[in-house]
Design a protein around this ligand. Structure first.
Ligand code: FAD
Length: 550
């Protein structure tokens, strides 16, 4: 046999490398997810969720995730004859991901087919499917979140809601009335201000009854191939929300120009652009001057999607880390059996379960809020807290999960580098950390009923753990003296209490106990892997990763 024909040139055998984590059901391995889905009212969707979980864990879908990121979108400003086209070309893998997401209603099922638990089911599916690839979640989230705003104009909703919620994917730009399915983005951020949208300079000149012409720029506009956008602009009566279609009814392109695409740290499969509006046609939604109040409906949903996206990143990182440790040996033993690695994995598992449970509990508030003012009030505070904390934890979690794979984790093929690059964005967009924290202070000051609803929920776990009880008592003290500079401290404590309450109430004792000891009892270090001695790390990891029990 020729030397080159021999495996690896004949120098060695490949030993001690784990099998790839593929051909598995992403949902089935996730006890926190399945229990949470049943608890929060969407047990009826379990079969469908498992089906999506099997697809998410398949070789084919995993390959789409890699391909869509290896071949990022390309801007096409002009056709070959010099006409502006302002389009973005995507790799077929992107379209495959989008097709599955839309076929599973991640962008619209609860609006199209409302039923008890519909939003919980949608969030669970979104979380499972995001583990394949995060970037395409952006247009999916924005479309989902746009519907309640669109309903602010019943005539527009009657015309367009069916097309935005259709369980189909139609990426060709054409008039909305001729689309099988459509996507909706949003454009608020300008060069001079993203958080402070009141500083927007884009002008809106009234045309007809509720139609306007928009002129200005937007510094970040993701998913620019969407069929329509919700846009903020200054009308004569102040900052106002508009619905702006990409293609007009007569087939002409709206005056919506793509200047360039952002060269981003992560989220690379998704296009994020800078745009110019040059007298673009738009329909007003809500009254002039009520732009922020109108679009906030959308922002609330996208914030919870950031929580779901970050929970998905953590879950996928944990799965990769636990799988690796279960198959890799070092110094004569499986990594998974070595106490310090077990501590790291258990700590990562706690963070992941806390995020997943919180996301599902808050998804229930979305289901119940229209009929239940207490749930609405709880969601008002709960979503801001979760957006801040879960999104802040994701980058640290991704870094530690990566390290569990050693050098292999630092290599693109492991998926961990992609998770790591993606992780910070959920904390930046849809209200960066400080903005969220200040938003919470505002809600506390202006909506006492929201704080009352929050306490009512959290106190259901009082008496279950002394560290939890002590943290709750000291929070009451801190709330009495809260100042803007303390906002992050307050948010952090409240978010941890919220997660602690859920885990004490609903998770096995080992999980609730270790969470309270570390996160609330302060018996913990600054990095993951510092759970105190009494923590039952093996039980926590066995729960988190069923492959463990073999
Ligand atoms: C990949 C990506 C895609 C995006 N896609 C879109 C999109 O599709 N549509 C869209 O409209 N926007 C989009 N954005 C923009 C995003 O929403 C903004 O970047 C974000 O809202 C922050 O605004 P900014 O960048 O102007 O930062 P700034 O508002 O200048 O904030 C900078 C920092 O200051 C902090 N800060 C702000 N105010 C205060 C305060 N009062 N006290 C203390 N700290 C404060 C913020 O928390 C932040 O940390 C996208 C951003 C990214 C990264």
């Amino acid at each position: 046999m020729d030397t080159l024909d021999r495996p690896h040139g004949g120098t060695h055998e490949v030993l001690n490398q784990p099998p790839p984590l593929a051909g598995y059901d992403v949902a089935w391995h996730d006890a926190a997810l399945l229990e949470g889905v049943r608890r929060e009212g969407a047990g009826w969707d379990e079969d469908r969720l498992r089906e999506l979980g099997r697809l998410a864990g398949s070789d084919e879908a995993i390959a789409w995730g890699f391909e869509a990121n290896r071949h990022p979108p390309e801007l096409r400003t002009h056709d070959r004859f010099g006409h502006r086209i302002d389009e973005v070309a995507f790799h077929p893998a992107w379209h495959a991901l989008m097709s599955v997401a839309t076929a599973n209603g991640l962008h619209g099922a609860p609006w199209r087919a409302p039923r008890p638990g519909a939003h919980v089911a949608r969030y669970a599916r979104f979380y499972v499917w995001s583990q394949v690839e995060s970037g395409h979640g952006c247009p999916i989230s924005m479309t989902y979140a746009a519907i309640p705003v669109l309903r602010g104009r019943p005539d527009l909703a009657a015309r367009y809601e069916p097309v935005f919620t259709a369980a189909a994917y139609d990426p060709v730009l054409r008039p909305l009335k001729r689309k099988r399915a459509a996507l909706c983005g949003m454009a608020m951020t300008e060069k001079q201000g993203g958080s402070d949208v009141r500083a927007n300079t884009t002008r809106a000149e009234p045309g007809g009854a509720s139609t306007y012409r928009l002129t200005g720029h937007k510094w970040f506009c993701s998913a620019p191939m969407s069929d329509a956008f919700l846009v903020l602009a200054q009308a004569p009566g102040g900052l106002t929300c508009f619905f702006l279609p990409r293609v007009l009814d007569d087939g002409t392109r709206n005056a919506f120009r793509l200047q360039r695409l952002k060269d981003k740290l992560g989220n690379r499969s998704n296009a994020s652009s800078e745009i110019e509006l040059d007298g673009a046609f738009a329909e007003r939604i809500g009254d002039e001057g009520r732009g922020v109040a109108t679009i906030i409906e959308m922002v609330n949903h996208t914030r919870l999607d950031c929580v779901a996206g970050s929970a998905a990143l953590m879950r996928q990182g944990l799965a990769q880390a636990a799988h690796h440790a279960r198959h890799r040996r070092a110094f004569g033993a499986l990594l998974a059996d070595q106490p310090l690695m077990l501590n790291v994995l258990a700590d990562l598992a706690l963070e992941s379960e806390a995020a997943t449970s919180l996301m599902l509990r808050l998804a229930r508030t979305v289901d119940l809020a229209p009929e239940d003012s207490r749930e609405a009030a709880f969601g008002r505070i709960g979503i801001a807290l979760a957006k801040y904390w879960v999104c802040k934890r994701a980058p640290f979690h991704a870094a530690e999960a990566m390290e569990c794979l050693g050098g292999n984790g630092y290599v693109e093929e492991s998926i961990l580098p992609r998770l790591y690059r993606e992780a910070p964005v959920n904390s930046i967009w849809e209200g960066s950390g400080n903005v969220n924290a200040l938003d919470l202070l505002r809600a506390l000051a202006k909506q006492p009923e929201a704080l009352a609803a929050w306490f009512a929920e959290i106190e259901t776990a009082r008496g279950a753990d002394r560290r939890f009880d002590a943290a709750l008592a000291s929070l009451r003290e801190a709330l009495a003296h809260g100042e803007p500079a303390d906002a992050r401290r307050l948010v952090e404590r409240m978010a941890l209490l919220m997660q602690g309450a859920l885990l004490l109430r609903d998770a096995p004792a080992a999980v609730g106990d270790a969470f309270c000891a570390s996160r609330l009892g302060n018996d913990w270090g600054a990095a993951f892997g510092t759970l105190p001695r009494g923590a039952d790390a093996r039980a926590i990891v066995e729960r988190a990763w069923a492959e463990w029990v073999s």
